[in-house]
Design a protein around this ligand. Sequence first.
Ligand code: ADP
Length: 160
Amino acid sequence: MERIAIFPGSFDPFTIGHESIVKRALPMFDKIIIMIGYNSNKKSFFPLETRKEWIERAFDGEPKISVDIHEGLTVDFCKKVKAQYILRGLRTSADFEYERAIAQVNKLMHEGIESVFLLTKPEHTPVASTIVRDIIFHDGNADQFLPSGVTSEELKAARQ
Ligand code: ADP
């Protein structure tokens, strides 16, 4: 059976921290679907379709990775795409506490799902979408935190 994982997140925007987690998880799965989760009641900083395009660009030419947009419960998306694994990244103990609760609730809602966690590389521990948004908001350069091929200038032009 194909091992399918989803990597869910807001990715507002996708950073080198996210990119690194996906690349490191690649040998573990046959397919990774990056799921941009959204809530139509919440305003995001960057448009959904643009966020999707940036992620697709980062993995251009990698047939095992695809990107999808989903509104609703992550476990429902897992059922839809027949994924058995939810991939998440851990930076800090605060991430761990937050992730633990989500993973345990997901397991209660969908027994067939296992959450898999990768610890961030030390150099990516301080990298967060929130920080990138702050830099862009204040007209700074966040290139070093973005996948190559995506630039701060594009992010500034796309902010909504
Ligand atoms: P969410 O809104 O679901 O927290 P994010 O887009 O912030 O979505 O993050 C998606 C996943 O990526 C989460 O598991 C988060 O812990 C992880 N992540 C975020 N930044 C990093 C990083 N720098 N290194 C490793 N994992 C990260």
